[in-house]
Design a protein around this ligand. Structure first.
Ligand SMILES: NC(=O)c1ccc[n+]([C@@H]2O[C@H](COP(=O)([O-])OP(=O)(O)OC[C@H]3O[C@@H](n4cnc5c(N)ncnc54)[C@H](O)[C@@H]3O)[C@@H](O)[C@H]2O)c1
Length: 392
């Protein structure tokens, strides 16, 4: 009989494990949760209790469990490489929280090991599979804004120590706003525009002394990044990633095309409003204005809103605008395994993103433009027939 579910094990029962456990146990019916583990067994025991998981155990016991096909690595970034290699060497498929590893060399080793063993190895984010980014992808593919020529991508916040229960790792090597939030923005950009060609970057640190759970700790990484990227498709744009900005009205992401612009929802969310701004409409409005100067410029400034339209989403999304569907990529991987197709999360994209994260560091440190060594393919789009929570 054809297998209908895929066995899942989770390593790392911290903050983010809650949302995965909620979604796997309630929504993603092709995933069967077998066991959870943590370096502190009591954390695994707590999750076992809370989510009615059959087994809480050590990492070694989890990796020896034959009912488990995919292991989710939800440990902190500094532990990703070591835990990823343990998972692959145990013969399990790997889904890692972002980033796949901290260094490019380690990411290559993880992906090469997986290829040699015939296993899948991918990392979060999976937000780009959500209705927001997928709607933008469909619009770009339909030429809704012409040829993409530029973009802006911005993640500005005052710092995760304001809310995270264990924020120390965000200010150590492998933390900082680019390594933490860059994967969302880079993966979304790559899924929309294809591979990156070159990057330049400048960094600074606004507030080096951070209040980590009541204790002052010095940030060991830059806390404010401004990067410039050129994509192989020819589009160029900037990224601002910061743990130093108290407030800003910058859009999360906009893509500028030869015929219009598109507003991309927050890449850290699975949905959100998508707006297309039609350049032709603006041209028509301004050229219809026959009164002398400054009538045309006034028409241009005031009719802007008449040229943008909120788009219907390609498929239904969680009705909560901040709905957190994490695990969608794992469900898609499971579907790929069950149906003998490729996973939409791609290891070449994960490797490309880890290279880019490190490229920003290199470019900033050496004051040079970094040329990317890896490339990748855009992921397969989601089907417009997608039904909420059910991957096909
Ligand atoms: N917290 C968030 O909102 C959030 C959101 C998206 C993604 N993430 C990502 O999720 C991952 C985990 O973040 P978090 O916020 O849950 O961190 P956390 O510190 O709250 O939890 C990490 C857990 O992993 C365990 N752990 C660490 N090293 C281990 C090892 N070698 N073996 C076994 N267990 C180990 C810790 O004991 C802890 O329980 C990170 O990659 C982060 O980038 C976090």
């Amino acid at each position: 009989m054809k297998k209908k579910t895929i066995g899942i094990g989770i390593i790392g029962c911290g903050t983010i494990s809650d949302v995965y456990l909620t979604n796997i146990t309630q929504h993603y019916h092709n995933l069967r949760l077998i066991a959870c583990a943590d370096m502190f067994l009591e954390k695994a025991e707590q999750m076992k209790e809370k989510y009615n998981i059959p087994i809480a155990c050590t990492v070694d016991e989890l990796l020896a469990n034959e009912a488990i096909d995919i292991v989710l690595n939800l440990t902190i970034p500094a532990a990703h490489y070591e835990v990823n290699m343990q998972i692959l060497n145990a013969g399990k498929h790997l889904y890692c929280e972002k980033p796949l590893t901290l260094s490019f060399e380690h990411a290559k080793e993880v992906i090469e090991t997986a290829h040699k063993k015939g296993l899948m190895a991918v990392s979060a984010p999976d937000t780009f599979l959500g209705a927001g980014a997928q709607t933008c992808r469909a619009l770009l593919d339909q030429n809704a804004i012409g040829k993409p020529l530029g973009f802006t991508a911005n993640m500005t916040c005052p710092g995760h120590e304001l809310w995270h229960p264990a924020p120390g790792f965000y200010y150590k090597a492998g933390g900082g706003p680019m390594f933490d939030m860059g994967p969302y923005y880079l993966t979304t950009l790559v899924s929309l525009l294809g591979p990156i060609k070159k990057v330049a970057c400048f960094t600074t640190t606004g507030r080096p002394e951070r209040n980590i759970l009541g204790k002052t700790e010095t940030a060991q990484v830059p806390t404010h990044y401004t990067a410039i990227l050129e994509f192989s498709c020819g589009a160029v744009g900037n990224m601002n990633m910061s743990f130093d900005v108290w407030d800003s009205d910058l859009p999360c992401m906009e893509i500028f095309g030869t015929a219009g612009s598109i507003t991309v929802p927050d890449p850290n969310a699975f949905s959100g409003p998508v707006k297309v701004y039609d350049g032709k409409k603006l041209e028509d409005i301004v050229s219809a204005q026959t009164a002398p100067h400054p009538a045309k410029i006034i028409a241009m400034m005031t009719h802007k809103k008449d040229c943008s339209t909120q788009q219907d989403l390609l498929f239904p999304s969680d009705p909560d605008p901040r709905g957190n569907m994490r695990g969608l990529g794992v469900s898609d991987m499971a579907c790929a395994l069950l149906n003998g197709r490729d996973s939409r999360l791609r290891s070449d994209i994960c490797l490309h993103v880890v290279e880019a994260l490190n490229a920003f560091e290199t470019a900033a440190r050496t004051n040079t433009v970094y040329e990317m060594k890896t490339s990748c393919q855009r992921p397969e789009p989601m089907s417009p027939d997608w039904k909420l929570w059910e991957v096909q």
